[in-house]
Design a protein around this ligand. Structure first.
Ligand SMILES: Nc1nc2c(ncn2[C@@H]2O[C@H](COP(=O)(O)OP(=O)(O)OP(=O)(O)O)[C@@H](O)[C@H]2O)c(=O)[nH]1
Ligand SMILES: [Zn+2]
Length: 189
């Protein structure tokens, strides 16, 4: 990550909007923003595989669901935040390979912390789980609000975008898919 380059860019933006980057309140802003971008885009330099080096053998042939995983990402069109909740479910492989529950949330983080579109975020999580766990099925549902739609442009605060990526059994077996959707959404009444 080239922090100096980001700093120079932020300084140019400040000049571009007619601000004085040398005034007291803004003097450290380019450096702060550079550190912020390094943090919110840290997933670009992370390999999701690192989170799946430790797996457990457990003959659990039913669904595992972690619901309501909060995330923050950056829309790649406007570099404005989009944020919400991810729900990640899988059915372990026939030979019974499971991962630590936190790893599902870590996977969301790796792909959220980079310039994204919600559709790709959803499918990257699903496809990585397929690759790492060879599960019988995976379903990923993401609900998010996009600041580029809330505070600018079409200005529709509160609008929620839902995306899903469905693999394996969840795709071929309607009842299994319905069960996952029920577990994800039913608690909302
Ligand atoms: N499919 C998809 N679109 C997104 C996402 N985040 C933002 N967008 C959209 O990206 C589009 C970019 O459209 P453009 O017409 O190039 O940009 P714009 O003129 O700023 O568009 P407006 O937002 O409509 O003002 C907008 O419609 C955004 O709502 C996302 O995660 N997925
Ligand atoms: Zn946007």
């Amino acid at each position: 990550m080239d922090l100096g380059k980001i700093e120079r860019g932020v300084r140019l933006i400040l000049e571009g909007i007619g601000e004085d980057p040398e005034r007291e309140g803004l003097r450290k802003t380019p450096a702060r923003v550079a550190r912020m971008y390094a943090e919110v885009c840290a997933g670009l330099t992370e390999d999701p595989h690192q989170h799946f080096e430790t797996l457990f053998d457990e003959h659990h042939q039913e669904m595992v669901l972690v619901r309501d995983i909060p995330f923050y990402s950056m829309c790649e069109h406007h570099l404005a935040p989009f944020f919400g909740k991810a729900h990640v479910a899988y059915i372990p492989s026939a030979d019974g390979k499971i991962c630590g529950l936190s790893k599902l949330a870590r996977l969301v983080e790796v792909f959220a912390k980079r310039p994204q579109v919600q559709e790709r975020l959803t499918s990257q999580i699903a496809d990585t789980l397929v690759r790492e766990l060879q599960p019988q099925g995976v379903i990923v549902v993401i609900e998010a609000e996009h600041m580029c739609m809330s505070m600018r442009g079409v200005k529709k605060p509160g609008s929620q975008t839902t995306t899903s990526s469905v693999r394996g059994t969840f795709k071929t077996h309607q009842a299994t898919r319905n069960e996952a959707m029920h577990l994800i959404f039913a608690h909302r009444g």
